[in-house]
Design a protein around this ligand. Structure first.
Ligand SMILES: [Zn+2]
Length: 417
């Protein structure tokens, strides 16, 4: 089996790995660079058979590890004849997200993954392993072909709501792995990298403290697609005696998971507020079935004001004006529950100024979607791979400081597994 990492050997995101055996090929992920600006054109990697004018039946498919743009973002440029694979829930999340965000994707999938259930594509036997990650329905892949075995970790962490799935991976790792393609988001240039940080449980505990300590409305800025975080915010809200107010986007994502263990709009302690932008979209697209499904749970301005001390609300910068106009912000507090780096971007700075001008204090409660270095080491030790090849890291040259048998590869370099 031969490997070529088209992009991702020394950056977070833009991941694209081509595997070849017996003249046939598969791709693992086809992502956008994280640095890409909105609307900027990014060319496809030079992989034969991806575009319509150059069909090539030796390309057997693209396997998308999880529904984050740095792993699927180039799929809209791929020709219809190329078979595409992703987790079933991840596919639903992307399709439903198209109504709310440019980062959705509505395409035909050739198939879906099941945890530890192998399937064949030509000479390749692929076993998906469900991952604990901030993106829902995320996988790593064991790929076997020609007597060689590569395990691609995908993006994962060990401190989320599915940490048990990571413990299972350590207890029953793929065996006889020749190459571990290991993500290293937290292996950085700084001396020690990120050796630890808050877990999802820590975030829940911190949210409870903040909600109990807040007089008025608790406004939480988090991603509607981060389902682990939705669960944490819901659990913290109910444990501090508050109801959770989500928007139509979050309600739709929760339903798309297909899991009745995930907080749903129709649950007793969940309410749905429709920000103006979403109301406008529903009317413009005549998508009234979307509002009908949450009608009994809707919450309006008057109740936001009356019950502000009993509510936790999913908040976005785009809602500032209309929320202020309701008059529900007296005694409010904001929680930033996204990557803190976004606060240094212009939109993050604008939001902080807006909050400060209104005397609304803000705290940060966040947990990374990626494994800290001790957990990378645990995975490397569990499987005992012959070699570890860095991917999805800003500092691949530092893998050797923490991990054994590291073999660095360059973008586009062909090598044998
Ligand atoms: Zn990623």
């Amino acid at each position: 089996m031969n490997c070529r990492i088209h992009r991702g050997t020394n950056e977070i995101g833009a991941t694209c790995v081509e595997l070849e055996s017996d003249g046939r090929r598969i791709l693992l992920d086809l992502g956008l660079p994280l640095s890409v600006a909105d609307g900027q054109e990014v060319p496809l990697p030079r992989v034969r058979g991806l575009v319509a004018k150059e069909p090539d039946p030796t390309l057997l498919g693209v396997l998308v590890s999880h529904p984050h743009p740095d792993h699927f973002g180039l799929l809209p440029q791929v020709a219809d004849h190329v078979p595409l694979y992703i987790g079933a829930a991840a596919g639903r999340i992307l399709r439903e997200a198209t109504f709310f965000s440019p980062m959705g994707l509505d395409i035909e999938w050739a198939g879906h993954f099941e945890h530890r259930k192998p399937f064949r594509l030509g000479p390749f036997t692929i076993t998906p392993y469900l991952n604990d990650h901030s993106g829902f329905d995320a996988y790593g892949f064991l790929v076997e072909a020609g007597g060689r075995r590569l395990y691609y970790s995908g993006d994962f962490r060990a401190h989320g709501r599915k940490s048990a799935i990571f413990r299972e991976l350590i207890r029953k790792p793929p065996e006889g792995v020749h190459v571990l393609l290991l993500e290293g988001t937290h292996i950085r240039d700084e001396a020690d990298g990120a050796t630890q940080g808050p877990s999802e449980q820590d975030v829940e505990a911190a949210l409870i403290d903040t909600f109990r300590d807040t007089e008025g409305m608790a406004l939480v800025v988090f991603s509607a697609q981060n389902i682990d975080r939705l669960v944490s915010v819901y659990r913290a809200a109910t444990q501090s005696g508050r109801d959770l107010v989500i928007d139509l986007y979050a309600a739709t994502m929760a339903r798309a998971t297909g899991r009745d263990t995930i907080p749903q709009a129709e649950w007793d302690r969940v309410r749905v507020y429709l920000p103006r932008a979403q109301r406008t979209s529903v009317i413009r697209e005549r998508a009234f079935e979307r509002t009908n499904t949450v009608r009994s749970q809707r919450i309006y301005a008057e109740e936001l004001v009356m019950r502000r001390s009993e509510l936790v609300m999913l908040f976005r910068a785009s809602m500032c004006g209309e929320i202020e106009a309701t008059g529900c912000l007296e005694g409010a507090r904001a929680v930033w529950s996204l990557w803190p780096g976004y606060l240094r971007e212009p939109s993050g700075e604008r939001l902080q100024r807006w909050l400060a001008d209104r005397g609304i204090p803000m705290v940060i409660h966040h947990s990374s979607g990626h494994a800290h270095i001790p957990d990378l080491v645990r995975l490397a030790e569990a499987g005992g791979p012959d070699r570890i090849v860095p991917i999805h890291s800003p500092a691949a040259d530092r893998f050797g400081d923490f991990l054994p048998r590291v073999e660095r590869r360059q973008d586009q370099e062909p090598w044998k597994v």
